[in-house]
Design a protein around this ligand. Structure first.
Ligand code: ADP
Ligand code: MG
Length: 620
């Protein structure tokens, strides 16, 4: 191998008629006067004698210069296959490399500094650096067999190069990680590996899991090497919004409450004002809803004095408080006189109540999990998580901040709260760019900008980096970028990272699980194959199995509906209530769709009735 063609301080071409060049491999350029610099192969070609390397008509494949130089150096361009490569020099040179100098493979120790920044016990072992196969022979014991790989077709594979180890402690200077890539490019897989490594280090993690895919109990594959097998069941905790964790109503101010209501459906300014007027400090869910409902009744009653009379008969309010309460209602009536506004609030509130989001224990389990240095996984639908994340993050970020500030001021500390990572997939939903009013954006933005001071870090994965808030995007110091095809996303990646144009060109073609890591922690962009995961999510369901499962669910729903037949507009509400009691929250139109599906399958009959519109009947 030797340098050919015109050279400069940054890039050279090399050629060989015996050895192929490997993309991303490191090579020593034996130019004594320049201290034998190291270069990385960024493009490779094979010049075939039967295919012109330079063609007058087609775009130039390879420099004229290179081709001329090859002949001058004695290569038989017209008789043999010649391998060439473009090499980027990794150190700063002040003179160009001399043409003709030898190029050779390095020994591991000659390039160690460029490849290893942290040792395996202190850093996160995420995968293998691409193009380092040639260094395997000289790789020290401690770096071997710690990052086995996986291929869909052939299964588990041995580690085939130098491991990529991320020094996560350096995040104190360069905080936050972004994981980008199109659908199926390996984000979730990579996120899992990253989380596994952080769990091993006992770093408290709060994971929002809109896909219900983050669980670390099941071993990835029985054929994993025994020393590599590990499950993290005891160090992780899965909580579902609305059954394990929720919101303690007493902790809400009117802004928080409006945020929650907006998860159901957008909240108008009139509704915000109304909530601010109606909510009193010390309210619990019951006191608030009854005040709201009483106000609605007052506005609905045609005659205020009649309402008052009926009110005085009520037993659920202490006698001596009645007058005061009535005054308050009248005052509220003047302040927020719009019945429709109140009903809109009520409707949203009831939806939340039915989701089970309000619960006495609130986020207690999340806090306890983090304090125990566990990985806390919070599950819920994305519309709920967006809002819930805002609530949780504000609360725990404040606790951490107060603790750190007190520590700083040398005050006595009562409520210790540990540093932690916040992890989420679909991050563009939580912190979208632009005007959309999403409650969690404020919190995520604040953590992106200030979190480092308090030891709070973000790991955000998204398939649409172009839709992620700009400020947040700019604060993600380390970016792991998998296959990306969309040009708007490529544009953002080009702007927000130091990835070179050669690498950008490769992004659309990367295989799943291979990506570029751009990070000041590592110093230069490297190409990495993510290691095999130790664990996997238990329900890797085939979508067609899923359809069959839905049929199972259908049966249960059908049994309930069956008991209500015949169904028409007048008893639809009853059907809805019965379903809800059994855990199937379905709206009217959903039930109708359902019945129609049953009609199609011939299980139920349908009649059009001039008076009732429709009747669904038992098929006899
Ligand atoms: N590091 C990897 N090693 C081996 N296979 C991978 C790797 N990453 C992804 N894959 C394969 O690609 C599929 C899609 O990856 P996934 O992480 O679910 O994509 P995304 O979350 O980006 O949509 C996985 O199911 C797996 O088969
Ligand atoms: Mg995914």
């Amino acid at each position: 191998m030797q340098v050919v063609g015109m050279t400069n301080e940054h890039e050279v071409w090399a050629a060989s008629n015996r050895r192929k060049f490997r993309l991303n491999e490191l090579l020593i350029i034996e130019d004594d006067k320049l201290g034998n610099p190291v270069g990385e192969v960024i493009e490779t070609y094979a010049l075939n004698p039967f295919i012109p390397a330079v063609d007058e008509k087609s775009p130039v494949l390879i420099d004229h210069e290179v081709v001329d130089s090859l002949s001058r150096l004695g290569y038989e361009i017209n008789e043999e296959v010649i391998y060439t490569a473009k090499i980027r020099i990794l150190s700063e040179l002040f003179y160009p490399v001399s043409t003709g100098v030898r190029v050779r493979e390095p020994h591991f120790h000659e390039v160690e500094e460029l490849l290893i920044k942290s040792n395996p016990s202190e850093g996160l072992v995420l995968g293998v650096i691409q193009g380092t196969e040639g260094l395997l022979g000289s790789l020290p014991e401690e770096y071997r067999d710690i990052a086995p790989l996986y291929e869909n077709k052939t299964g588990i594979k041995e580690q085939n190069g130098v491991p990529f180890i991320l020094d996560y402690r350096a995040m104190n200077n360069y905080p936050h990680i972004g994981i980008f890539g199109g659908s199926g490019s390996g984000k979730s897989f990579g996120l899992r590996v990253l989380i596994e490594e952080l769990i091993k280090k006992r770093v408290p993690l709060l994971v929002f899991d809109p896909h219900y895919e983050m669980s670390f109990k099941e071993i990835f594959d029985p054929s994993l090497p025994p020393h590599f097998k590990e499950s993290f069941e005891h160090r992780s905790l899965i909580l579902t919004v609305g059954s394990d964790v929720g919101v303690k109503f007493e902790t809400l101010n009117s802004g928080d409450l409006c945020n929650l209501l907006s998860a159901v459906s957008p909240v108008t300014e009139a509704m915000e004002n109304a909530v601010a007027s109606i909510l009193e400090s010390g309210d619990n869910l019951e006191t608030f809803t009854s005040r709201l409902n009483d106000l609605i009744s007052l506005l609905e009653s045609p005659d205020e004095s009649e309402f008052k009379e009926a009110f005085m008969q009520r037993r659920d309010i202490e006698e001596n408080k009645k007058a005061q309460y009535l005054n308050r209602l009248s005052a509220l009536k003047k302040q927020v006189g719009q019945l429709s506004t109140l009903k809109s609030i009520n409707w949203r509130l009831n939806r939340l109540i039915r989701q089970g989001i309000f619960m006495e224990q609130g986020i207690r389990q999340i806090e306890e999990g983090l304090k125990a240095q566990k990985t806390v996984i919070v599950r819920g639908s994305i519309w709920m998580l967006k809002v819930y994340a805002a609530y949780v993050l504000r609360s725990i970020y404040n606790k951490r901040r107060e603790y750190r500030d007190a520590l700083q001021r040398g005050q006595k500390i009562e409520n210790k709260f540990p540093p932690f990572f916040v992890v989420t997939d679909e991050a563009h939903n939580f912190a979208p760019r632009g005007e959309q009013n999403v409650p969690s954006r404020r919190e995520i933005k604040e953590i992106a900008q200030e979190g480092r001071k308090y030891g709070v870090f973000l790991i955000l994965a998204t398939q649409r980096p172009a839709l992620l808030d700009d400020t947040v995007n700019a604060q993600l110091n380390t970016k792991i970028i998998f296959r990306t095809v969309r040009s708007t996303d490529l544009g953002v990646i080009k702007e927000e990272t130091d990835i070179g144009s050669e690498e950008i060109k490769r992004l659309p073609y990367l295989p799943s699980g291979t990506g570029f890591v751009s990070s000041p922690i590592f110093g230069r962009t490297v190409s990495m194959r993510v290691r095999v995961a130790k664990t996997r999510s238990p329900h890797q369901l085939n979508p067609f199995d899923e359809l069959e499962m839905e049929d199972e669910q259908d049966k249960e729903v059908m049994e309930i509906i069956n008991q209500c037949l015949p169904v028409n507009q007048s008893n639809l509400i009853d059907v809805m209530k019965r379903l809800e009691n059994r855990g199937f929250g379905m709206g009217e139109s959903e039930i109708i769709n359902y019945l129609d599906k049953m009609v199609e399958k011939g299980i139920v009959g349908k009649e059009n009735n001039p008076l009732l519109g429709f009747i669904y009947k038992r098929n006899s």
